[in-house]
Design a protein around this ligand. Structure first.
Ligand code: CMP
Length: 139
């Protein structure tokens, strides 16, 4: 089925001017960017987005990192977009990521791992609505 998923190009990647190279990976995989904006999250916004991880030891560090520099939030659309995006991203920890994936090529560590992608249909719906209104999604 044609799906939509939420992608975030994280601070470590925007800081190193990797936005275009990462978007090229999405497009080469057949994912279409149907919404996109560059924003600088506040600590509170980062905390709300990652609320499901609030009990984890890395939550504070994760939120501070996500609020440290601008991010690029995008909605990617395509056949099986949620799983496809996760394939293109590679494993969360770049040490475990397959060759050719974004995290293998660009990520610095499990925290500074260059991209976020929704992990399920329910997450995609929540995460897209967190950043975008329906009018901003142009398929
Ligand atoms: P993401 O897909 O954005 O979802 C939650 C994030 O938490 C994950 O990517 C990682 O970047 C981050 N994360 C997971 N484990 C750790 C860790 N041990 N230390 C710091 N950050 C982590």
């Amino acid at each position: 089925a044609i799906e939509r998923t939420l992608s975030i190009i994280k601070p470590d990647a925007t800081k190193r001017n990797l936005t275009g190279k990462i978007v090229a990976k999405f497009e080469d995989a057949g994912l279409r960017v149907v919404a996109s904006k560059r924003i600088h999250l506040s600590l509170a916004q980062a905390g709300a987005f990652y609320a499901e991880h609030a009990a984890r030891g890395f939550y504070g560090e994760l939120c501070e990192f996500m609020a440290s520099e601008p991010v690029v939030v995008q909605v990617l659309q395509g056949e099986g977009a949620i799983a496809k995006n996760r394939d293109v991203m590679g494993a969360t920890n770049p040490a475990n990521a397959a060759d050719g994936t974004i995290r293998k090529e660009f990520a610095l560590s499990v925290g500074e791992n260059s991209v976020h992608g929704s992990d399920s249909e329910a997450s995609a719906a929540r995460e897209i609505a967190f950043f975008f209104s329906g009018l901003e999604l142009v398929g």
